[in-house]
Write a protein that binds this ligand. Structure first.
Ligand SMILES: [Mn+2]
Length: 547
């Protein structure tokens, strides 16, 4: 792996505070005020909710229907963001005295993604006709469906963060993409803003404690992979604190069944333990289970739903593991083309996106995984930084039946007999349009440290930069002239542990997935993180690479 990044060199005598300042400065937080805000994110510093386009009209619409005690239905997408935003809004509306609110989540297999005619039909058949249809995490461009709802006599409120195309004629549309500045909020973040704006406008601040839903907003923010900066950073940092004593019994149950109850929650807890279980229903089972769990206050019901979701998540993991193994087998150890395309009729369509993401991690190539059924294929693709999947797919359009998505993640519809053409055109386009170094695995180093900087205080100072994730990566350090102080020890088959030393300073090193690749020369350089290990209550170096 190539080490890049032109790192700063920390000097002797510099303390943790100074080093963190340097890192933040390098990351673009050039004035002291910004850095201070970053290190101490506080709820009071959330940006005013009225800044989001469409907010004022949305608040008025909501107030009118709440005043009139009208019936409402929340229609949301089946992913974590959709499910979570529906739970937040429903809790809020009920606290505001809404008498009849129900929710609806479309079926991935039968009705597909977003606000569709089929989904809307079943939603309306499922209960009394609502006076207000609230569409979450989708709907921005669902012109036909919104027109249908309007002509059936409903008002329509849409809260969404997807790109604006042919905007649907709703009565209110809260979507930051309507403005000049992208706020990078997920839909649950937007729902929080809507509730906040409503409470401010109506003077009902004492009727709902917005802090109680921060753990839900944090969950969606991490799961939806929006950048963890500005308001998102405040949501996640405060939400993680709230999660420890969550007021949502279903969330607590889910922490228990996922084995994440004992440790201090992190973005890992949200993104890899709770998130996948919340939407496991949407992938391989009953889509509403996750939402029912978040809303339920009945201990028997929450226990049952959490267990069900955990089982479905295991089933998903099995389906994922099988598809991944077969896809890797199909691709081989050193793939030929620059774009990977794997297809099979044995793979569950609910796991193709996750498998594509895994292929990208392993091969460092844009990857598409397609589930075939009776000659037709539905696929999902994941890209690389520096490659626009949408541009690539536009070039491949002649052999696709349809495609859509973002720069980094996209979905396709394709006939089975066009898969080979797709692979060829994709490979040719990538070769022609993308700089070759993009396909080289590299590690961006932020700073070279000296042995004297490897202190407990430094590990805590780095920890103050958390939560880490998209938009706020954990800093990668380099340290030179390292030697083994103890022989490396393999644990849990795949991982490595040893004590290292530079000069007379010794420190612990852990290398996840490094059992097969221990440093094998007397003196080497290390790249990795300097972190606080909660288990041993001591700092350690987590290896990213050595050379
Ligand atoms: Mn979303």
């Amino acid at each position: 792996m190539r080490w890049i990044g032109n790192p700063n060199r920390a000097e002797a005598g510099q303390g943790p505070g100074q080093l963190i300042e340097m890192i933040l400065h390098r990351r673009g937080l050039v004035n002291a005020n910004e850095r201070e805000l970053f290190l101490s994110p506080k709820l009071a510093r959330l940006s005013p909710p009225e800044q989001i386009p469409g907010m004022k009209v949305a608040v008025e619409l909501l107030e009118r229907h709440l005043q009139a005690k009208n019936s409402m239905v929340i229609y949301s997408d089946y992913d974590v963001d959709g499910i979570t935003s529906a739970s937040v809004l429903r809790l809020f509306l009920e606290a505001m005295g809404a008498s009849t609110v129900r929710h609806f989540i479309p079926d991935r297999k039968k009705e597909g993604y977003g606000l569709t005619s089929k989904g809307l039909e079943r939603c309306l058949e499922a209960g009394t006709k609502p006076d207000l249809l609230i569409v979450l995490d989708c709907g921005t461009n669902s012109r036909v469906e919104v027109e249908k709802a309007k002509s059936a006599g409903m008002d329509v409120l849409i809260v969404d963060h997807h790109q604006i195309g042919d905007t649907a004629p709703s009565d209110a549309l809260v979507n930051p993409q309507l403005g000049k500045e992208d706020h990078h909020l997920c839909t649950a973040g937007l729902v929080f803003k809507l509730c906040h704006a409503y409470l401010k406008a109506t003077g009902k601040k004492d009727q709902f404690d917005l802090r109680t839903v921060l753990d839900l907003v944090a969950l969606a923010t991490v799961a939806d992979l929006v950048p963890l900066e500005k308001d998102n950073r405040i949501f996640v940092r405060e939400g993680l604190k709230r999660l420890v004593q969550t007021v949502h019994p279903g969330l607590r149950r889910l922490m228990e069944v996922s084995g994440s109850g004992a440790r201090t929650p992190t973005t890992f807890t949200l993104g890899f333990q709770l998130g996948p279980r919340i939407n496991a229903g949407g992938r391989v089972g009953e889509a509403t289970a996750g939402l029912d769990l978040l809303l339920s206050r009945d201990p028997t019901e929450t226990a049952r739903l959490a267990r069900d979701l955990d089982l479905q998540n295991r089933k998903r993991q099995e389906l994922e593991a099988m598809a991944l193994e077969e896809a890797e087998e199909e691709i081989g150890e050193s793939p030929e083309g620059l774009g990977l395309v794997a297809a099979s009729d044995r793979w569950h369509p609910g796991v193709v996106g996750i498998v594509a993401a895994r292929l990208v991690r392993k091969y460092h190539r844009p990857s598409f995984v397609i589930a075939l059924e009776e000659g037709a294929g539905k696929g999902s693709g994941r890209g690389l930084p520096g490659v626009s999947l949408m541009d690539a797919l536009r070039a491949c359009a002649p052999c696709l039946k349809g495609f859509g998505g973002h720069e980094g993640a996209a979905g396709i519809v394709i006939e089975a007999d066009r898969v080979e053409d797709f692979r060829k055109i994709l490979g040719a386009w990538l070769e022609k349009s993308v700089r070759p170094e993009i396909f080289e695995k590299s590690l961006s180093i932020e700073m070279c440290l000296l042995p004297e900087h490897l202190t407990p205080e430094m590990a805590r100072a780095v920890g103050a930069m958390a939560p880490f994730g998209k938009g706020n990566p954990e800093p990668v350090f380099q340290i030179e002239g390292v030697q083994m102080a103890t022989a490396p020890r393999v644990f849990a088959e795949r991982h490595l542990k040893f004590r290292a030393q530079v000069g007379d300073r010794k420190f612990e090193v852990v290398g996840f997935d490094f059992a097969q690749r221990p440093p094998d020369r007397p003196t080497f350089d290390l790249a990795g993180s300097w972190e606080w290990d909660e288990y041993t209550d001591a700092p350690r170096w987590r290896m990213a690479d050595w050379r």
